[in-house]
Ligand binder design. Structure first.
Ligand SMILES: [Zn+2]
Ligand SMILES: [Zn+2]
Length: 272
């Protein structure tokens, strides 16, 4: 049996002899299937192609877990180290012995989670490598689980996989889209891991929310407002989104970015 991983979204699928006919994540209107068609990869195949896990420090107690050779949409996993155990956020769609050893040296994995179904990667393989660590999935997105497993724990609204790391459901991109707040991050000022829930702009001075980023489907005002209202009470200073980081003063940037988004939705901005 083989674990099949979609080459486009890097989400793992169940052990079956033949690969699935299609990837439900990629045939959804929020994603895409390449013009060349659906392609599947396996851990052995990727290893033979030279893929490997790379671990690097981002700030004290926060590490990027990435693949050398881009996989899926090229996202990075994040490992948050806490005295009560580590949280693995949005692991890559690949795992190898080197990565397991490196993460073991950093204290292992107490919980695995992600902002939404696109970025779950090889969550179950990572969980199994660390004693079946619980994999937190928002109940609102349970229908997108591609590889069911006893390690999966459904949650709703709020969860605290380990003390000091809180999951807060904001919705938007997916109904269960969430952020993780790491209270001790950024020197104690607080960090939000946002994945695709709040996307940091290329200018590193703005954020946006979308139903689909690759297919340019916006969100309605009431949902943007709900996200803004839910994120405003959270204490944090820094954001790590799926690809980029806002180092400081992130709450003001989130408020400005989402208020601007609402003004454009309402037609209150000038076109010049
Ligand atoms: Zn896919
Ligand atoms: Zn996404």
């Amino acid at each position: 049996m083989t674990i099949w991983t979609c080459a486009t979204c890097a989400v793992e699928h169940p052990d079956t002899e033949q690969p699935p006919a299609s990837c439900a994540i990629c045939t959804d209107e929020r994603q895409w299937v390449p013009a060349s068609g659906q392609r599947w990869v396996t851990r052995d195949g990727l290893e033979a192609e030279g893929y490997r896990i790379v671990v690097r420090g981002l700030e004290p107690d926060l590490f990027a877990i990435e693949t050398d050779h881009e996989l899926g949409i090229g996202q990075r996993g994040l490992l948050v180290r806490t005295p009560a155990g580590n949280v693995l956020w949005e692991p890559p769609g690949f795992i190898d012995e080197y990565g397991i050893r490196e993460v073991e040296e950093l204290g292992g994995v107490a919980a695995v989670t992600a902002s939404h179904p696109h970025l779950t990667g090889s969550s179950i393989q990572w969980s199994h490598a660390f004693g079946g660590a619980p994999v937190y999935v928002a109940e609102a997105d349970a229908r997108w689980i591609q590889r069911p497993d006893p390690a999966i724990r459904l949650w709703s609204s709020f969860a605290e996989p380990v003390p000091g790391v809180e999951l807060v459901q904001l919705g938007g991109h997916f109904p269960g889209s969430c952020v993780a707040r790491w209270a001790a991050g950024a020197g104690g000022r607080g960090v939000l891991l946002t994945g695709d829930t709040l996307m940091v702009g290329a200018d590193l001075a703005s954020v946006a929310v979308m139903r689909s980023f690759p297919n340019y489907i916006p969100l309605p005002e009431r949902i943007v407002r709900r996200i803004l209202d839910a994120v405003q009470p959270l204490e944090y200073d820094r954001i790590y989104s799926a690809f980029r980081c806002i180092e400081a003063d992130a709450p003001a940037i989130v408020s400005r970015g989402l208020e601007r988004y609402i003004r454009w939705l309402r037609g209150d901005e000038s076109e010049d």
